[in-house]
Design a protein around this ligand. Structure first.
Ligand code: SF4
Length: 179
């Protein structure tokens, strides 16, 4: 289980590789210690999913735990409509379709497929402006791209020098703790 990657960390890694190192250090602390208000807002929107309070329909799975032995991934999906075979990842507000968002969906997709679910569509949903962004299912090229990211996460060396991006750092939950 040691090499398993949490799905939520894939997006963090794309945002900034160093953040997953800090996540590992601070994950046992109260999130209030380091969460910026920017990210707390997004998290609160997600709480209804994580606690399964968003929908009671039988065909809607929310906050379900998933895993993939093949990719050594664990995590939770956001929403799966098993009738429509549609996987949805909701975000507070989507301004860009970041690669990290796509990889998060791919990770959920591969886990669900391995667990025997069928998925024909995927999309990102921006809650605050009610916009939906279809994301194609992973093909051969995007699967290789995704596998390369997992490889990079596994091989990441926290002593690697990273260049700080002030715009990202401003929004980062570890901003107060990161030197
Ligand atoms: S504060 Fe900046 S450099 Fe530090 S983990 Fe966050 S994004 Fe990365």
């Amino acid at each position: 289980m040691q090499d398993y990657i949490q799905i939520s960390k894939i997006n963090d890694f794309i945002f900034c590789p160093f953040s997953i190192y800090l996540h590992g250090i601070y994950e046992n602390f109260s999130e209030k210690t380091y969460h910026s208000s920017y990210q707390t807002r997004g998290k609160l929107k997600h709480e209804s999913v994580d606690t399964g309070t968003y929908s009671t329909s039988k065909n809607i799975l929310q906050g379900t735990e998933v895993y993939s032995e093949k990719y050594e991934l664990v995590g939770k999906i956001d929403t799966l409509d098993t009738d429509k075979k549609k996987l949805i990842e909701r975000k507070n507000k989507i301004i860009n379709i970041y690669d990290g968002y796509r990889y998060q969906l791919y990770a959920q997709y591969f886990c669900l497929i391995e667990m025997g679910y069928e998925i024909e569509e995927m999309s990102l949903y921006s809650i605050s402006d009610n916009k939906s962004y279809p994301i194609p299912l992973p093909d051969e090229d995007t699967t290789k791209e995704f596998e390369a990211v997992l490889e990079k996460i596994r091989k990441f060396d926290p002593s690697t020098k990273i260049s700080k991006n002030p715009q990202k750092c401003e929004k980062c939950i570890y901003n107060n703790l990161c030197n």
